[in-house]
Design a protein around this ligand. Structure first.
Ligand code: SF4
Length: 744
């Protein structure tokens, strides 16, 4: 680095390099404040939680100080986001801008994007597939040929070899030719030097700025303790979109056992039609360099001791999962009261309309003490133990076969040997996980376990799932405590002005509280003048049977005032569908299109909504985020009900109970703050740039009538707010819009 390295202000400040490189770029006070707090956190080993509203320019506010820190200390920093939109923006726009700014000082900043293994093609497997030695179980000869050509071209041109660059192939074919942890032989592979994945790894090792996503960060955390690594060693982490961190960590720090994944592992070992690794190994034994006696004995061992046990295990899997489905059916279906959320949440205050949507159409069954004691559970437990014993036996037989084969394998058999090794390890781990799942004492204090049906039909396979009751201790001990500094940024972290809910759930409230700092930046936009928020108090309460019709009637009146141009967010598919059925026959009378989630992909639907200015989009909670529609198309935002999560979802159910056991109030301490943050996320869709204006309506009058409503209102910025009769609210909204529409 230069003798006089630049400062953050040199790059980002007024008259800084970026303002010269980017015509029209203006330094915003909020952005500079955030950058200086990020600098302070990096210098002081801090853990900074920062809420920065849309328009702050938060990515440059952390990228510039972070780049200078990484270069000064010659250590990599990792930036994690949860959406492709932000990742693309970081990789394609913001980081190149920072690189160009640094280049003005003669400084080079190496950056890389981290992708999961499965994103890259495996050159060895693609070579084998093209030669016909992979014996693909799927139709794919033509697409394999095209992919093979692409691979050769990518090797010549040093392209990255990832799927986003590859010709179209089906998921089935890609699964056979992608990099697979189970079969990769690493240094022993003759393609190791040119391997796309390992080249990307090497590039990542040399980079000082790595863009990852939450899944990779938590997958890295999950495998680190067993000596694995997904990301290079880093000591500074930025978690952008930090409000998604708890969900990502819960999923990666938990685990599941599914019939599908077990069947896939076993089918790769020995397929129904005689294919699979064991059959290929049997074919190869005559040509292996083995003593003559072993050449005769080994096929005998594989045919009589290994293959029959694999086949047995395939039957045992079917039988066990049938038993699990029966247990789920007998308990969850016939006794739906078992394993429910705490009474204080359910006592008329829960928002149970969304239960079935949240569990993909079928109810999960959490293993509570009542479920463990239920007679119908015994059959599942016995089947689980039987399956675990069977997995152990096959694991043992595979271990012996691997030992006997190890010395003699050639390049292509190595793939099969690696597969055997991985299957053996997997079966041993799953057998132990299966025993823990059925043991009421295992993880009783800190783990949530549940049966999750794969589909909403009778006797569908059920998955056995587990997740940490709280991720806070994991994040505290396994992640943040080990980092020199971390920045947790989002547009929605605080409830009102308080970060308490977020920091306690993120593991920043205990031992690490002294390293923690917080920053809440208000919007740089003039929301006080440009936003109207209306709360009609005369609509029926959401639990009132008349609510649906009355809310739809009010919505209709809103659309007349706003001339369409509205995003309507529902808590559940059920509410969306029923409202759509009421509105649909009348929509054409007003001359705007009614777009409904599910009609098109999210990307296409948002494009239609943006381009067809007067259109109205009806969507569920998935559209609270990742929808960026500046301008007139999203002039109006309607929230159908307060966005309470479903207390019947197993992890949430267990977390609510834990709060109650600890003497807290689950509704006050969890449900309300979580919903208030979701409320703020929804509201955040309305104003995306300085020139935007818009109207917001919440049809759930609990926000005004109930005491807890104040927590929701406290998340809103200063803006014009009206609560009153529907007619009053609409009259004021019309007057507000008129002001802008006359001005324009
Ligand atoms: S090193 Fe692993 S991923 Fe790379 S080509 Fe070889 S087997 Fe495939």
């Amino acid at each position: 680095m230069d003798a006089k390295p630049p400062t953050t202000a040199d790059i980002l400040g007024n008259d800084g390099v970026i303002s010269r490189l980017l015509p029209g770029f203006e330094t915003r006070p909020q952005q500079m404040e955030m950058a200086s707090r990020v600098e302070a956190a990096l210098a002081e080993n801090g853990l900074l939680a920062v809420e920065a509203a849309t328009g702050t320019g938060k990515s440059l506010a952390y990228l510039v100080p972070l780049a200078l820190y990484a270069l000064r200390n010659d250590r990599p920093v990792v930036i994690s986001s949860s959406t492709h939109v932000l990742q693309d923006q970081l990789i394609g726009k913001d980081i190149p801008l920072v690189q160009r700014a640094l280049a003005e000082y003669g400084i080079e900043l190496a950056a890389a994007e981290a992708k999961g293994m499965g994103a890259y093609a495996c050159q060895r497997d693609l070579e084998m597939a093209a030669l016909g030695t992979l014996a693909l179980d799927v139709e794919g000869t033509e697409s394999v040929k095209r992919a093979h050509e692409w691979m050769k071209h990518s090797m010549e041109t040093h392209a990255d070899g990832s799927r986003s660059d590859a010709p179209r192939v089906s998921d089935e074919v890609w699964n056979e030719i992608r990099v697979d942890r189970d079969t990769c032989t690493r240094e022993e592979c003759s393609f190791f030097e040119t391997c796309f994945f390992f080249q990307a790894r090497r590039k990542m090792q040399a980079a000082r700025m790595i863009v990852a996503n939450h899944s990779l960060v938590f997958a890295d955390l999950a495998v680190k303790e067993e000596g694995g690594r997904v990301l290079p060693t880093y000591s500074v982490l930025v978690i952008d979109e930090a409000h998604k961190m708890e969900e990502a960590a819960t999923s990666f720090l938990g685990g599941e056992i599914s019939a599908g994944s077990l069947r896939f592992t076993l089918k790769r070992l020995y397929g129904a039609r005689g294919g699979g690794a064991m059959a290929r190994i049997l074919d190869q034994i005559p040509s292996l360099k083995l003593p003559a006696k072993e050449k005769r004995a080994l096929p005998d061992y594989i045919e009589k001791q290994v293959i029959p046990e694999i086949v047995n295990l395939q039957f045992t899997v079917d039988d066990a999962f049938l038993n699990f489905s029966r247990a789920w059916h007998d308990i969850a279906d016939r006794f739906p009261a078992l394993g429910n959320a705490p009474a204080s949440v359910r006592g008329g205050r829960s928002d149970s309309g969304s239960v079935r949507d949240n569990v993909r159409g079928a109810r999960a069954l959490r293993l509570t003490s009542a479920v463990y004691r239920h007679p119908a559970f015994l059959g599942a437990e016995t089947a689980g133990h039987h399956l675990a014993a069977s997995m152990d036996l096959v694991g043992e037989r595979l271990r012996t076969a691997i030992q006997r084969l190890s010395a003699a394998a050639t390049l292509f058999e190595q793939r099969d040997l690696a597969m055997l090794r991985s299957a053996q390890e997997k079966l041993t781990i799953l057998a132990s996980a299966m025993r823990s799942f059925f043991d009421p004492l295992a993880g009783a204090e800190d783990t949530v376990k549940w049966f999750q049906p794969e589909a909403p039909r009778a006797l569908a396979d059920v998955r056995l799932a587990a997740a940490p009751l709280s991720i806070a201790p994991h994040l505290e001990q396994r992640l943040f405590k080990k980092l020199d500094a971390a920045i947790l940024a989002s547009a929605t972290l605080a409830v009102g002005r308080s970060f308490e809910y977020f920091t306690s759930r993120a593991g920043l409230a205990g031992e690490l509280a002294s390293r923690r700092t917080e920053l809440l930046l208000d919007s740089p936009f003039d929301l006080a003048s440009n936003v109207f928020a209306g709360f009609p108090v005369d609509l029926p309460a959401p639990e009132d049977p008349a609510f649906l019709e009355e809310a739809a009637r009010f919505l209709w009146r809103v659309l007349k005032v706003t001339k369409g141009r509205t995003l309507v967010l529902f808590n559940s598919w059920g509410w969306l569908r029923r409202t759509h059925a009421i509105l649909e026959p009348h929509a054409s009378k007003l001359g705007f299109r009614l777009l409904v989630q599910g009609e098109l992909s999210k990307r296409d639907l948002i494009r239609e909504f943006r381009e067809d200015v007067s259109s109205v989009l009806l969507a569920t909670s998935g559209y609270r985020e990742g929808i960026d529609v500046p301008g007139e198309s999203l002039t109006s935002l309607v929230l159908h009900r307060l966005p309470f999560g479903s207390p019947d979802e197993p992890v949430m159910e267990a977390r609510l109970e834990a709060i109650e056991r600890a003497g807290g109030d689950p509704f006050r301490d969890f449900s309300v703050p979580a919903a208030a943050i979701a409320f703020k996320q929804a509201f955040g869709r309305l104003i995306r740039r300085n020139s935007d204006y818009g109207v917001f309506f919440c049809l759930d009058n609990r926000v005004i009538r109930k005491k807890f409503g104040s927590h929701f209102l406290a998340t809103l910025p200063k803006c014009q707010r009206i609560s009153g009769s529907s007619t009053e609210v609409l009259r004021e909204a019309r007057a507000f819009l008129k002001r802008f529409e006359i001005d324009s």
